[in-house]
Design a protein around this ligand. Sequence first.
Ligand code: NDP
Length: 330
Amino acid sequence: SREVQLVRRPTGAVDETLFGVVEVDVPAPREGELLVRSVALSADPSMIPRLSVDTYAPAFGLGRAVESRAVGQVVESRADGTAAGDWVVHGGGWRELAVVDAATVRRIHPSADIGPEAWLHALGASGLTAAVGIDVVARVRPGDVVWVSAAAGSVGLVAAQLAQARGARVIGSAGGAEKTAYLSRQVGLDAVLDHRAGPIADQLAAAAPEGIDVYFDNVGGDHLEAALDRLTIGGRIAACGMISGYGRRQTGPANIANVIVRRLRLEGFLVTDHLDRAAAVEAELRELMAGGRLRVPVTTFDGIEQAPAALLSLLRGGNLGKTIVRPRHR
Ligand code: NDP
C-alpha cells in the first residue's frame, strides 16, 4: 500500500518537493482497530501551516504519512459494532489503506444519491464549520446582507447556501470566471465578486452600496480590510479562515479601528469546539442536499500521488467546491 509522507519542511514557498510517495507494509489490525480502504482523502487549507509549525493541531511529523480526514470502507474489523463493508470517516491520513482505532472513526450511511465523499465536505467538517459560522457566530437573520469569501470553496459554498436558506441577501466572492459563473448561475447568489478581476473593495462597494451586516471570512488580508470598510454599525465578522496569509506571518488590516467606531463583533471559531452540533447540522444539510437546495461540486485528483498537487491547488484556487484525492486501488 502507498502513502504520501512529508519528507522535509518548507523553507520558502510550499511545493511538491516537500512530499514523497512511499510503499509501506500495512500492519494487521489489533484488538479495537479497523483496516480501512480509503476511497477519498481530504486536502484542507489548515494542513498548509502544519507542514511547518504547530497550529491548533501539531505540525506533521517528518517521514510520516500526512494527516488528513478520509472516507473509506472497512476491510477487516477487530472492534465490536463495526463490520467489514461499513463506511467510515477516519483520520488515517494520506494512505491507501489505514489501520485506525475504531473509537476515533465515525460510521456514515451513504445512499444512492449522496455518496460517501459528502462526509468530507457538506456532511462533515466543512458543513459544520459553515453552520457554526452562519448560525452561532454571525447569527444570520432574514434580511441580513451577508458576504461570504472563497464562496466557491468547500466551506464557502455551504456558508453561502445556508445564509440563503436563512433568508439573507448573499454576496459571494471567488477567483475567476468559472467559479463566479457557478455562484451566480447554479447557486443563484444575489451578487458575485471576482477578486482576480479588480480590487475586492471596489467590487464590494458596488454590490453593497448600503453596506453589509455580516462577513464570513475565509480569506483575511485585503478581503477582511474591504469588509471592515463596508460593515454597518453592529455588524458581525465570523472569522473562519485567513488563507491569503497561510504559511507566513499575518499582518492586520489597516482599518481595524472600524471595529470600535462601528461597534463590530469580530469572533474567531474552530469547528472542533462545536462537535456537539455535528449530528443536527448533518441532518439539516443532508435534507437540503436531498432537496437540491445545497450543492457542493467536487474537484478530484486521481491517485494518491496527486495529493500534494491537490493541497497546492488550494493556494492557487484551482478547485471548485471540495478538493478530494481518490486513491486508485490496484
Ligand atoms: P476551499 O475549498 O475554500 O479552498 C481554498 C480557497 O481559498 C481556494 O480555492 C481559493 O479560492 C481561495 N484562496 C486561496 N488563496 C486566496 C487568496 N490569496 N485570496 C483569496 N482567496 C484565496 O477550502 P475550505 O473550504 O476547506 O476552507 C476555507 C477556509 O475555511 C480556509 O481559510 C480554512 O482554513 C477555513 N476553515 C476553518 C475552519 C475552522 O474551524 N475555523 C475549519 C475548516 C476550514 P478562489 O479561487 O476563489 O480564490
